[in-house]
Design a protein around this ligand. Structure first.
Ligand code: NAD
Length: 343
């Protein structure tokens, strides 16, 4: 049980909301949750948490958020899946204001530890455009050193790489204890599943549910379905954040599953969960990102003796069930479920 103040920025979003839930479960009694969205759009909100709606692009608001905090977890970012980041590069890069102002505020108020959520999109794109030989393609496992020489994902990836370095220099020059994890595609309940910002696992669950419920046995897939990724279930992500934040590891560390699958294989699993087989239509002009990548977990294994291990099948079963529930609620005219817990 800890009563020191912990701040979660981006708490109205998928990972931030789940982190607040997890911190509460671990006995943290003093949490400040901050997001730019109005409270009724937060995925999860909790009664005994100080919930603040603030635009963290602004320095003054970051100071309001950071004042009195012992720890800050910065998960606030203007982001989405490939459909969003390929078309909104300037907006993605503007998130640099959030992390910069949060770091400045953390320094000002003597915050003890600061966590920054980076991304696999920082990795050099040239390492991920290898030849496509269909579903047998083995994607490159990216190790931490592969971020340099830098050729990050345009827009979003460059912002993440720059912000990582900003954390490093605040640590080196100002003594702020920063920790950085490079997330590889996180999925799970309480995340974005429609509207254009959703990522592949949620989008595919929604499309399969829609096809099944509407009796239109067809699914549209972005790209040729051979793109390969690894996907990490939210519970592994939360465990990894906790271990990295409380470790002495000062360099950015991969936090991702190394169970790589092609988008076709992802669809196979979701179809199997739904008990349905769909005709696949491939949209070759849709945003599809790099050909393939996986998380090289050698370093996290070495340093923490742990790596994410929840299987994609297991995580997708839970995610599918949650999206199905949300879908049916929306169809019935009700708002989606927001988890509100009162003590
Ligand atoms: P999310 O979009 O669900 O949550 C981000 C939250 O930040 C949103 O609720 C949004 O309203 C908030 N936000 C945006 N601009 C803000 C501002 N100016 N002030 C305050 N709040 C603001 O995304 P997520 O999936 O929970 O991602 C959390 C973090 O993890 C982000 O930094 C993201 O880049 C990183 N990440 C996520 C993934 C993934 O697969 N989900 C992968 C790599 C990295």
């Amino acid at each position: 049980m800890s009563d020191k103040l912990i701040v979660v920025a981006g708490a109205g979003g998928f990972i931030g909301g789940s982190l607040v839930a997890s911190l509460r479960q671990r006995g943290c009694s003093h949490i400040r949750a901050v997001d730019v969205k109005s409270l009724d759009h937060w995925y999860q909100k909790f009664d005994n948490v100080e919930n603040l709606c603030l635009d963290l692009n602004k320095k003054d608001n970051c100071e309001i958020a950071a004042k009195g905090a012992a720890e800050i977890y910065n998960l606030a970012c203007n982001m989405g899946g490939m459909g969003f980041i390929e078309k909104n590069k300037a907006l993605c890069m503007l998130s640099v204001l959030i992390n910069t102002h949060m770091l400045m505020a953390a320094r000002k108020y003597g915050v003890e530890r600061y966590f920054y959520s980076s991304s696999a999109c920082v990795y050099n794109g040239d390492l991920q455009h290898t030849s496509d030989d269909g579903d047998r393609f083995t994607p490159p496992a990216l190790k931490e050193a592969d971020a340099y020489p830098a050729l990050a994902e345009d827009g979003y990836g460059w912002e993440k790489l720059f912000s990582e370095r900003m954390c490093r220099h605040f640590r080196e020059d100002f003594g702020l204890h920063t920790r950085v994890a490079r997330f590889h595609n996180i999925y799970g309940p309480w995340g974005t599943w429609f509207g254009g910002r959703e990522k592949a696992p949620a989008a595919i669950c929604r499309k399969v549910i829609e096809a099944k419920l509407k009796g239109k046995h067809e699914i549209e897939i972005w790209g040729n379905g051979h793109q390969t990724r690894s996907f990490m279930y939210i519970d592994d992500c939360l465990k990894g954040i906790d271990m990295i934040m409380n470790s002495d590891i000062i360099e950015p560390l991969n936090l991702g599953s190394n169970e790589a699958v092609s988008v076709n294989q992802l669809v196979d699993i979701v179809e199997d969960i739904a008990g349905i087989k769909l005709k696949r239509k491939y949209d070759l002009d849709a945003p599809k990102g790099v050909n393939g990548r996986n998380s090289d977990n050698t370093l996290i294994q070495q340093l923490l003796g742990w790596e994410p291990s929840i299987t994609l099948r297991h995580g997708l079963e839970k995610t599918y069930a949650w999206i199905l529930e949300q879908y049916q609620l929306r169809e019935s005219g009700a708002e989606g479920v927001v988890r509100e817990i009162e003590e």
